[in-house]
Ligand binder design. Structure first.
Ligand code: AMP
Length: 479
């Protein structure tokens, strides 16, 4: 097996992969990357957690022409959280190539997105509704799009987005490469691929025995009324570092979250009823390890990648088999063991066997933890509750650590262009074009990424310099 540094990739992409500690390609990456680099249309059946984002992210970042100002790649995802996650991964991979990757989805200011689409933007990751909205209003330049990815196509179908996806594809240039990713491969997906892909190659990655075996699956009988107590007993005994409690409805998430809060759990909640800003910051905090328990609807089940989740609790048993797979797939990732425990009411008991057939493993019956076991585990549980959780280092931090974003109080209105900033900044002793990252020029402000740990130096020097004869205020940009 070739390592990434032996791949035919440019140095700036290899540099990002090295910083991200991606040394060996995963199976899906080994199969997909060589084909994608040859610009072949692909249908990829692969589960989340297999490294599939980088399997399309690496070739896209490699193939993008930096000089081109218009959008060259469009990636569609079914949820906003996933769009954000995919965007982050592509930013990390394209960091040293200085690629500008943006996300666009609903409930965010349309005008701001419109401006971003007018800037030099290489890749757009978005949800179908808002992308279509921009296309219909003529605010999304499509003529340079060469690469398209439909991620989680089966979930696009489930959520009823497929018509929008088709409408988007129909507006794209014919001369493009398209790949469709799906965890399951149904007739509808086949139809979609048949209609819009050119001689596609199929890549199938089956979940390996050992990957499935990394998760132990069990269920415990209970009545609806007993669930809250049982949930608390399970968490005391299991005492996880990081856990997701899945419920079927937003109301239930609110109720369970309230109960856990009352008992001082380090917890938060996420569902589609929260405002987008909160959804994103809660996910970010959970990924960073700021709290231990996330109470969630299936919104957090798809594709969401958080390191080291050791326990998944199905407070409500999911309605669909595939949701079970996605929920429990949040644990047992990257070679680590995980546990999935489902609370099953008498009504739900009969669905267990069809779920077992679907995943191809046994969900074993477990007794609820006894009073003695709970009492014994209580001291350790209390201790962990008091512990301040360690802040997890995120992948983006690795590539961002030598980058500083500078703010300038002048932009398009003052007729400033990227070359003006590049010209002035590279006139500083010891600073070259290689040290300048993405430049984002807005009406009255500009943001410039300074790379290679030279941010403070450039900041100090720029305080005494003018850009195109204009003295601008400059400081470190707020996040
Ligand atoms: P995904 O299936 O895209 O959600 O990726 C699952 C996780 O694997 C993410 O945390 C990725 O950052 C990580 N990952 C992807 N490719 C590699 C690789 N070649 N080596 C190590 N980790 C990787």
């Amino acid at each position: 097996m070739k390592k990434f540094n032996e791949y035919n990739l440019s140095e700036d992409i290899k540099q990002s992969l090295e910083v991200l500690h991606y040394t060996d390609p995963t199976e899906v990456q080994q199969k997909v990357i060589p084909l994608a680099l040859k610009k072949i249309d692909l249908i990829v059946k692969s589960r989340t957690g297999s490294g599939k984002t980088a399997s399309f992210g690496i070739p896209i970042c490699e193939l993008i022409d930096w000089e081109e100002n218009k959008v060259q790649a469009l990636i569609l995802t079914p949820t906003r959280e996933l769009a954000e996650q995919v965007k982050e991964e592509l930013i990390s991979i394209g960091r040293f190539k200085r690629l500008n990757v943006i996300s666009i989805y609903g409930k965010q200011p349309f005008e701001k997105q419109k401006l971003a689409l007018k800037q030099k933007t290489h890749v757009v990751v978005g949800t179908p509704g808002r992308v279509l909205d921009h296309i219909e209003k003529g605010t999304f330049p499509l003529d340079k799009i060469k690469y398209t990815v439909i991620d989680e196509a089966d979930e696009m179908l489930n959520r009823g987005f497929i018509d929008q996806v088709e409408s988007i594809i129909q507006t794209l240039p014919k001369d493009r490469v398209t790949s469709v990713y799906s965890a399951t491969y149904t007739d509808e997906i086949e139809n979609l691929c048949h209609t819009y892909l050119k001689n596609p190659k199929k890549v199938v990655i089956e979940a390996k025995e050992h990957q499935i075996n990394l998760i132990s699956h069990s269920f415990i009988h209970c009545n609806e009324k007993e669930k809250v107590l049982l949930l608390k007993d399970i968490t005391i005994v299991e005492n996880p570092d990081s856990c997701i409690v899945f419920c079927n409805t937003q109301d239930k998430v609110d109720d369970v979250y309230k109960e856990l809060r009352k008992s001082n759990y380090s917890c938060n909640k996420i569902h589609g009823g929260l405002i987008q800003k909160d959804r994103l910051s809660i996910m970010e905090d959970y990924k960073r390890g700021s709290f231990r328990y996330l109470v969630a609807t299936d919104l957090a089940a798809r594709g969401i990648d958080v390191e080291n989740i050791n326990l998944i609790i199905n407070y409500d048993f999911p309605f669909k088999e595939e949701n079970y797979v996605h929920r429990t797939g949040r644990t047992g990732r990257a070679g680590k063991y995980g546990k999935a425990i489902s609370l099953i009411t008498p009504k739900e008991k009969q669905s267990i066997s069809s779920f077992e057939n679907y995943i191809g493993i046994n969900i074993t019956f477990e007794d609820p933890p006894s009073k003695e076991t709970v009492a014994k585990a209580h001291t350790l549980f209390k201790e962990k509750m008091k512990e301040v959780s360690k802040r997890k280092v995120m992948k983006a931090d690795l590539v961002n650590k030598d980058i500083m974003k500078l703010y300038f109080n002048g932009g398009k209105k003052k007729k400033l262009r990227a070359v003006d900033f590049v010209g002035t900044i590279t006139s500083i002793d010891g600073v070259t074009g290689e040290d300048i990252g993405i430049i984002s020029i807005q009406e009255t402000t500009t943001y410039v990424d300074i790379l290679n740990g030279k941010g403070n130096y450039v900041l100090k020097e720029m305080r005494n310099m003018t850009i195109k004869g204009k003295q601008l205020k400059v400081h470190k940009a707020k996040e």
